[in-house]
Design a protein around this ligand. Structure first.
Ligand SMILES: Cc1cc2nc3c(=O)[nH]c(=O)nc-3n(C[C@H](O)[C@H](O)[C@H](O)COP(=O)(O)O)c2cc1C
Length: 177
């Protein structure tokens, strides 16, 4: 069975840690997580099932050189997907953010990554209810759902394990049919 590819961006390491937890929970179903800034388009496109993680940095921005990272990240990778044929791929996005400090741009990166994948024809799964979070606006929200799993390790770390377990049981049948 083809494996799930896990790609993440990060500044201070929290999103990497979550990627590792996801990989551990998925066991043989997934390959080891890879930093998106250290991969190639060909390695990314080799997967038909993807889990993509990112923090939101700046003012609702993707991590990358313009948000102060010393290495390329999602900001530099996503433009490479423009024009790529992602039909037949299934992807789920998770995002880390801080709903108290950034209530107007909470986990925006989920929406940015989601939209780039959809533009290429990928099928996105893993929408997640906004209930239980307190924020004002987010580019990651449509109706009463986030376009992926929102994780707040600053204000709600105790909720993360349960959220991850529920989300993974929701997306795994879609990613490994
Ligand atoms: C400079 C800076 C800007 C941030 N901007 C946002 C933001 O716009 N929206 C948000 O939800 N979180 C924002 N955050 C919070 C981070 O997304 C959060 O701390 C996350 O856990 C970092 O993950 P990482 O350790 O993988 O880099 C910001 C954090 C910093 C340091």
């Amino acid at each position: 069975m083809a494996k799930i590819g896990i790609f993440f961006g990060t500044d201070t390491g929290r999103t990497r840690l979550i990627a590792k937890q996801i990989a551990k929970k998925l066991g043989d179903a997934a390959d080891a997580p890879v930093n998106i800034g250290r991969t190639t388009l060909a390695d990314f496109l080799a997967y038909d099932a993807l889990i993509l993680g990112s923090p939101t940095l700046g003012d609702g921005e993707l991590p990358g050189l313009s948000t102060g990272l010393s290495q390329p990240s999602w900001e530099e990778f996503l433009p490479q997907l423009a024009g790529a044929d992602l039909a037949g791929k299934t992807a789920a996005v998770y995002g880390l953010g801080d709903q108290k400090k950034y209530p107007d741009e909470f986990v925006d990166a989920i929406g940015l990554i989601h939209d780039a994948l959809v533009a290429g024809g990928a099928r996105l799964v893993g929408h997640w209810p906004t209930e239980g979070y307190e924020f004002a606006t987010s580019r990651a929200v449509v109706g009463d759902h986030f376009l992926g799993l929102a994780i707040d390790q600053i204000n709600q770390p105790v909720l993360t394990e349960e959220r991850l377990n529920t989300w993974l049981s929701q997306i795994q049948p879609e990613l490994s049919p």
